[in-house]
Design a protein around this ligand. Structure first.
Ligand SMILES: [Mg+2]
Length: 356
């Protein structure tokens, strides 16, 4: 393609491509059932770097992301930030702080442009296809039989860490399921994480944590709904089972507020979703603020297409380096019937970049 002289045009150009992705199996979450999801791909080009393109994905989650605006408003705001970038050639982190999904898309597009269009965004051994990232298998909510069958499937596929979404069937049945899993598979055979998605009341939560703790679980995500810092702090101080904050971090985008949250609640872990929790820069800030306070973290995807998933995996490899101890929650990319091709592959319980 002939290259236009960069003085005759804006140096940077961003095309926004709306993309509706269709789930192969409708995804049941605490917020209802998703059949499709709306994403936006940003295609960033630079007149000084002809033929190279950086693609990023903005993937807000309806009813969950702090920047999930009504569609027209979202698109207008996104176009505004892209125009600003085209003019200034840099990301305005202050202006974009409260729009994590938009920020993540723009950061990803720029990272790929700076990586000369490679999917190896941050020059890591994962990005080069030399190392895989250990991930957890995810068992969606369902009936007892469905959930147990899905778990066995994950074990057969080679997963050694499985996360169960609880809160869909009644708690006693869920405990039965976990007890049944534990009588079949030991702690050494399978690490179990559960995610309550804020499903317990503050009054019942401690009893439920005690009941769950009998089965050697690794951790529980968000036992009670967010914005109850005092109740959550009490749980974290007394829990027999490590607690990981997830939804609690949504909308907490400023450094001082992050510190306040970590120091008030003192959780055992935080879980980071770059599309929801501050993009690349905001996620890195969360991780280092947590580390300074002895709080662990891991990274998970949030129903992005392969564009977003790759960026999240690359970021994971960058921030945890060769020292990734914990299984990360990087979705398989097998969720959508119309996903974007990407050299990502799961072998056993690791996510790999397949060398070209
Ligand atoms: Mg969660």
């Amino acid at each position: 393609m002939p290259c236009l002289h960069f003085l005759d045009m804006k140096r940077y150009k961003i095309e926004i491509e709306p993309k509706t992705l269709h789930f192969i199996n409708p995804a049941g979450t605490s917020r209802g059932v998703y059949r499709t999801r709306q994403s936006y791909f940003l295609r960033l080009t630079d007149a000084q770097r002809c033929g190279i393109e950086g693609i990023g994905e903005c993937a807000p989650l309806l009813d969950l992301s702090c920047d999930a605006l009504p569609q027209v408003e979202y698109e207008e705001r996104l176009r505004h930030f892209c125009n600003e970038f085209e003019q200034k050639g840099m990301i305005d982190y202050v202006a974009m702080q409260d729009y994590p999904s938009m920020l993540f898309g723009l950061e990803t597009a720029l990272a790929q442009l700076d990586a000369q269009g490679s999917v190896d965004l941050f020059d890591t051994s994962f990005g080069k296809g030399n190392e895989g990232i250990t991930i957890n298998g995810l068992v969606w909510m369902g009936t007892f039989d469905e959930m147990f069958a899905r778990l066995e499937e994950k074990m057969k596929a080679g997963f050694r860490c499985v996360k169960l979404k609880i809160g869909a069937i009644d708690f006693e049945r869920e405990l039965d399921l976990i007890r049944h899993i534990r009588t079949t598979f030991s702690k050494e055979q399978i690490e179990l994480r559960v995610d309550a998605n804020g499903g317990f009341t503050a009054a019942e939560a401690m009893c439920r944590l005690e009941a769950l703790a009998k089965y050697d679980l690794h951790s529980i995500e968000q036992p009670i709904r967010q914005y109850q810092w005092e109740a959550m702090a009490r749980l974290c101080a007394n829990t027999p089972l490590p607690i990981a904050l997830d939804e609690e971090l949504i909308g907490v985008n400023h450094r001082e507020r992050k510190i306040e949250l970590l120091e008030t609640i003192c959780p055992q872990y935080i879980i980071l979703k770059p599309s929801l929790h501050g993009g690349i820069v905001g996620t890195q800030e969360w991780i280092s603020l947590a580390q300074e306070r002895g709080i662990g973290s891991w990274i998970t995807s949030a129903l992005e297409s392969n564009i977003g998933l790759n960026a999240i995996a690359q970021l994971t490899a960058k921030v945890y380096g060769n020292d990734i101890q914990m299984a990360q929650g990087l979705g398989t990319g097998l969720l959508f019937s119309d996903n974007v091709p990407m050299p990502l592959e799961i072998r056993g319980d690791k996510l790999w970049i397949v060398k070209q």
